[in-house]
Design a protein around this ligand. Structure first.
Ligand code: 5AD
Ligand code: SF4
Length: 488
């Protein structure tokens, strides 16, 4: 991460009439400076500052990538807005499940109608969906009005691509198949001043048989721990109190570094950062979750009492087909160990219903795990066939009625067990980080407990970003209502 002042000093020295430098970071600084003249030209034409809107689909990794795009757009001279009426709209896409893809196609049609009214409007697409050849072919054929397409591996090149977009009338497409690059020190515009995600690794090597992520995000690459620590220190100096370490599989952090380091060791280093109040991380794979990590969490004052531990399925037979590399019993044992060592922890999970060959009996096994583990929340997904994954080629795809019945039963079990689990905190006073004003009722603020449970309570916007003690008065299933507790 680089501050605005530092960046400005560097940009001042860059000569955009000279050829672009070869060094990855410097080269992008060069294009940031160059893009300013294009945006300025547009500003003069429009008679106002051009606006830009980045719409994020999918996970926290994408949300962080969007903050990087916004950082660059702001440096280029755009004003960031939430409205897709903007002069430049970017869709940062997700392809984990097909419904996310369908939403993008649907909304693109709507963007095209706006573009017809505003000929200066530009449209860009990036993110996981763009790493699929079939998607690119479809866009080239049926969505000719898109101006720029890039993928997940070359997002760091966005300033350069932005310039290319201004210099070309035709669609600019730049997709890389993979990369080993991690480009540091580009600007980032955070959505929240008090919390931030930090990438600690990119990609995934697990190849769960249903999952497209390893194909669109590439192989595992860990960031250097010094870069991570420096970034967090800068964020804390800038007012951040809570961070979330991001990776598809954080438990295998550091294995491929020159000086290997475990995720548990990284957490211990992050814990030392003064002024940082809360540490979260996402996502853990059960097969790689070490005893060391449990020990570090147990002894930590800053690591939040929350672990997201995707189960995916409760049947050992299905888990094997999914290539998850743990059994039902191993998962139960791990969950039990974590709860024994850290009694105030909340466990949440992801579940897929309708994987090829899954029967009602298999789904009963999933329900059995939910009842036994007692998750505080579980995200339940209907299996989505992703082209190119091993599961897509499996013959025994499950009929829709079976999936639907199984899904409803899993969802009902999750709702019942989660309510019971979440309500265990009723009456307690716990610290909440105040995040925002409640959307429905402006007299209420929304805070997040260490264990990730949400609580709504009377308060005002001056509390945003502060940690306050809140009495949990009434449990409403997955969240609470309460009030600020007097400390004395
Ligand atoms: N179909 C349905 N859900 C999926 N997930 C990943 N791939 C698929 C798929 N093909 C879910 C998993 C993962 C979460 C991010 O998305 O549960 O943990
Ligand atoms: Fe996909 Fe499995 Fe990697 Fe998660 S761990 S991103 S589910 S392949």
């Amino acid at each position: 991460m680089i501050s605005k002042e530092e960046l400005e000093q560097i940009l001042e020295k860059i000569n955009v009439s000279a050829p672009a430098p070869a060094d990855d970071t410097l080269r992008q600084y060069y294009f940031i400076k160059k893009s300013r003249s294009y945006v300025k030209e547009l500003e003069e034409k429009l008679g106002r500052k051009p606006t830009c809107c980045v719409t994020t689909f999918g996970c926290q990794m994408n949300a962080r990538d969007s903050e990087k795009l916004c950082g660059i757009l702001e440096e280029a001279g755009y004003e960031i807005t939430d409205s897709e009426e903007a002069d430049f709209v970017i869709y940062n896409t997700c392809t984990v499940r097909d419904n996310a893809n369908q939403r993008v196609y649907g909304r693109l049609g709507f963007l095209n109608s706006m573009k017809k009214k505003n000929p200066d409007k530009k449209i860009a697409l990036c993110g996981c969906m763009m790493q699929e050849n079939s998607v690119i072919e479809k866009i080239k054929k049926s969505y000719r009005f898109v101006d720029l397409i890039f993928g997940t591996h070359n997002i760091f090149k966005f300033p350069e691509l932005l310039c290319a977009m201004f210099e070309n009338d035709r669609m600019v497409i730049d997709i890389w198949q993979d990369t080993d690059k991690i480009v540091e020190d580009l600007p980032v515009e955070r959505k929240y001043f008090y919390k931030s995600g930090i990438n600690i690794m990119f990609g995934c090597n697990n190849f769960c048989s249903y999952c497209i992520v390893p194909y669109v995000r590439g192989r595992e690459r860990s960031r250097n721990p010094r870069d991570i620590i420096r970034e967090i220190e800068n964020l804390v100096a800038d007012g951040v109190v809570e961070i979330m370490l991001l990776g598809q599989n954080v438990n295998s952090y550091g294995k491929n570094l020159e000086e290997p380091m475990s995720f548990a060791q990284l957490l211990q280093e992050v814990e030392k950062i003064e002024g940082l109040k809360r540490i979260r991380f996402m996502t853990s794979h059960p097969k790689d979750l070490s005893d060391d990590l449990i020990e570090v969490m147990k002894n930590s004052k800053k690591i939040c009492r929350h672990l997201h531990l995707p189960l995916q399925a409760g049947s050992s037979r299905i888990l094997k087909q999914m290539n998850r590399r743990y059994t039902k019993e191993q998962y139960l044992e791990l969950a039990e160990k974590i709860k024994r060592e850290i009694p105030d922890i909340s466990l949440t999970t992801d579940i897929i219903v309708g994987f090829p060959g899954e029967t009602m009996e298999d789904i009963e096994e999933t329900i059995d795990v939910i009842r036994r583990v007692k998750f505080d929340n579980a995200f339940t997904f209907i299996y989505s066939k992703r082209t190119g994954t091993p599961a897509a080629a499996m013959e025994n795809q499950v009929p829709e009625e079976v999936v639907k019945e199984g899904f409803d039963r899993v969802l009902k079990t999750v709702q019942d067990t989660a309510r019971e689990q979440v309500s265990r905190l009723q009456g307690q006073v716990l610290e909440a980080l105040v995040e925002e004003q409640n959307e429905q009722d402006a007299s209420l603020m929304t805070g997040r407990l260490s264990n990730n449970t949400i609580v709504h309570f009377p308060g005002d916007v001056s509390l945003i970003g502060k940690l306050v003690p809140v009495r949990l008065e009434e449990c409403h299933g997955f969240y609470y209502t309460g009030s600020i507790a007097n400390e004395n």
